[in-house]
Design a protein around this ligand. Structure first.
Ligand code: C5P
Length: 222
């Protein structure tokens, strides 16, 4: 890693899942180890960036050299990202829960009283789309992830447009792939100019390649 690649750049990375509480002991969450997001934060530090990592609950150590903000819910992640802005780049690798429970119980819901509870869900903010569409100083490069089980390229392309980001890393999570919790990742980089297919490599190597790409794009745009 060349420490000058991102020197003077401020990079915000989200990583991990979010946990949306049901009551004090239960939550709804997403499958995410945080490995890819943490690896990106680590390579950006190695490339000389000032890195703010906003992470949900993960079983990983904080990457040395990054400023790490620990959050639990999507609303907390949204607030932490807002507080960390402005930045040169925003990389959304977190698996944010799409919904949260509308009314969180203050006490543990007891089993057996009137059968199973019905949970009413409300939509969480889309942090990536909000940052990509903001008209205050927007990060010059905004990168999202798309984990899809099928039609990866088409779904990732439509996500790119819908969310307004500059690049999407498309990830196949079809059965038989090792993306979740695994060490390696086979991804596509989708941008306005088209689709780059990256070979299967470690999450650290994906991170390094993404950071190199980010440096090139930042040099073009700012
Ligand atoms: O729509 P979907 O969740 O598949 O999009 C994935 C991308 O959007 C990821 O980059 C993820 O970090 C980001 N995202 C977000 N806030 C949400 C949902 C997804 O930042 N509420």
């Amino acid at each position: 890693e060349r420490p000058s690649l991102l020197a003077g750049r401020r990079v915000i990375v989200t990583s991990g899942p979010t946990y949306e509480p049901i009551d004090p002991v239960r939550f709804i969450g997403n499958r995410s180890s945080g490995r890819q997001g943490h690896a990106i934060a680590q390579s950006a530090v190695g490339a000389g960036a000032n890195v703010i990592l906003v992470t949900g609950p993960v079983a990983l150590p904080d990457p040395p050299g990054a400023t790490v903000v620990h959050v639990e819910t999507a609303l907390e992640m949204q607030a932490a990202v807002a507080a960390a802005l402005p930045a040169d780049a925003f990389i959304a690798a977190a698996a944010v829960a799409d919904w949260r429970v509308e009314r969180v119980d203050n006490e543990k819901i007891k089993k057996g009283e009137g059968g199973a509870p019905t949970l009413r869900l409300v939509e969480n903010p889309d942090i990536l789309a909000e940052v990509a569409k903001m008209n205050k100083p927007r990060p010059a490069v905004v990168i999202g992830f798309a984990a899809e089980t099928n039609h990866l390229v088409d779904n990732a392309k439509s996500k790119l447009l819908r969310k307004g980001c500059d690049f999407i890393i498309g990830n196949s999570v079809a059965s038989g792939t090792t993306t979740f919790g695994g060490e390696t990742n086979e991804v596509l980089l989708i941008g306005a100019e088209g689709v780059e297919r990256w070979p299967s490599m470690s999450k650290a190597a994906v991170a390094d390649r993404l950071v190199a790409k980010l440096a090139v794009e930042l040099a073009k745009r700012s």
